[in-house]
Ligand binder design. Structure first.
Ligand code: T4K
Length: 422
């Protein structure tokens, strides 16, 4: 049997980022931030798409073209939906064009109105999906240990106008499902989950996709399981599934009968083919991410001031985000200065989800004081960096990135001076 490294090397992964010829890390090497040559010739992205065994995917595309059925609930979309439902052990899966539209459909079909409690520390699409449906997102704080919604913070924000909660399973790990579900039950609130990051993850041994009234996944190109663009809504509620199916197809029930205000949320056949192709390789994709995560853990373990967020210690996780917290006082370099060091070397680390939804428009104008109730969100958003991972990254690249971070620590005084003038 091939090792993961061999499989990765044999797969078509796009261009592998290689070290610049004379830029190997050594004591004498000048960091690019000081004018040295960047360590990597090509940018290393956090969300490089995984495309394994391209020829098999292209064969599926040929079949679609031969069939001349390109979208509108075609056979590949139906197979993708069945396969997801089976994998998750959920009754219904409705494939959609992306998770943002998926969230809007779920919000509308579940009848959310007035105010809905969401984390501010999430991708802005979670809040936008509500606002787009003219529902007010009310931002609750997070647990700094997991970066996901703090159940106690939710309860403090419930008003007579509150109709629901949308909790995000962040970074490929489930949020505190049971305590949040208990609050929703106690107050008669609807509960949806933004599961964009959490395909393949479990909570108390059960796969994410089965909780609340519905959960919404993303299969965007940057997700470890991608369908170019795409998403899926999963639910065990027959009535809700039926409404979502109608709503995603303009509200059509039969040829000429429109029964709802609907939209166009359909997934295309080619997108479903990509999703299905990747779903068949899901164990391999998770194993690659896990290998990367372990390599980072090893590489970062002796660098003071950098803490890898623990993932997958008690539950199944997909390891698709490598999240590191920067303690400026210990490292001697701030998070933003560290990002400058990395970007100069072509390591395009991201500051997800800086600055938090409450500090971007329109929310910062609508609720200028929201941050007063979000101390943990503000702190976490200021110290997180997300590092590159995925199938296109080699283990060596990871150790090089870690050495680079070590150099930033060793030369922190110079880094602070250099980044001040950039
Ligand atoms: N809820 C949550 C919690 C989410 O994180 C997201 C999306 C959603 C909901 C909504 O799901 P979708 O509607 O998208 O299905 C990216 C993604 O665009 C976004 O899907 C994702 N979350 C978010 C966390 O990251 P950006 O704008 O920060 O990064 P982007 O798209 O520029 O990609 C990151 C890097 O990946 C790029 O620097 C380059 C590289 N890349 C990207 C693409 C698209 C490639 O190498 N190839 C590519 O094809 O949002």
């Amino acid at each position: 049997m091939k090792t993961l490294d061999q499989q990765s090397a044999g797969a078509e992964l796009g261009t592998n980022p290689v070290l610049s010829p004379d830029a190997a890390l050594s004591k004498e090497r000048k960091l690019a931030i000081f004018g040295g040559e960047p360590l990597f010739k090509e940018p290393l992205h956090v969300g490089r798409p995984n495309v394994l065994q391209r020829e098999l995917f292209l064969k599926r595309v040929e079949e679609i073209l031969d069939r001349n059925w390109l979208t509108n609930n075609g056979p590949v979309v139906r197979e993708f939906e069945r396969s997801i439902a089976e994998y998750l052990g959920v009754k219904h899966c409705i494939a959609v064009c992306n998770a943002t539209i998926g969230l809007e459909l779920a919000i509308r079909a579940a009848g959310l109105k007035g105010e809905v409690i969401v984390p501010s520390y999430t991708f802005v699409a979670t809040a936008h999906a509500l606002q787009w449906q003219e529902v007010t997102p009310v931002f609750a704080d997070i647990d700094p240990a997991t970066h996901t919604l703090d159940p106690e913070a939710i309860e403090r924000l419930i008003t007579p106008r509150t109709t629901g909660i949308i909790a995000t399973h962040l970074w490929g790990q489930a949020c505190a499902v049971d305590p949040i579900a208990e609050i929703a039950r106690k107050h008669g609130l609807q509960l949806l989950f933004d599961a964009a990051h959490a395909f393949g993850c479990t909570y108390k041994g059960q796969r994410v996709g089965n909780f609340g009234r519905a959960e919404v996944f993303s299969f965007h190109a940057t997700k470890f399981l991608n369908s170019f663009e795409g998403g899926a809504i999963t639910t065990n509620d027959d009535g809700l599934a039926e409404r979502i199916r109608l709503m995603k197809n303009f509200g059509f029930k039969g040829f000429d009968n429109v029964v709802y205000i609907g939209t166009n949320g359909k997934m295309t056949e080619v997108c479903a083919a990509m999703g299905l192709h990747n779903l068949k390789r899901i164990d391999e994709l998770i194993a690659i991410n896990r290998r990367n995560y372990e390599a980072y853990r090893e590489g970062l373990k002796n660098i003071p001031g950098l803490k890898l967020l623990p993932i997958g210690e008690r539950e199944a996780a997909n390891f698709q985000y490598v999240v590191v917290e920067v303690d400026e006082k210990v490292l001697g370099v701030s998070r933003d200065q560290l990002v400058k060091v990395l970007h100069a070397e072509n390591v395009l680390a991201r500051k997800y989800f800086w600055p938090g939804c409450h500090r971007v428009e329109p929310y910062r104008s609508y609720y200028p004081n929201a941050g007063l109730l979000l101390p943990c969100t503000n702190e976490v958003a200021a110290r997180v960096i997300v590092l590159p991972t995925g199938a296109s990254l080699k283990e060596d690249n990871i150790y090089t990135i870690c050495e680079l971070l070590r150099t930033a620590y060793d030369t922190s005084a110079e880094v602070r001076r250099a980044s001040a003038v950039l």
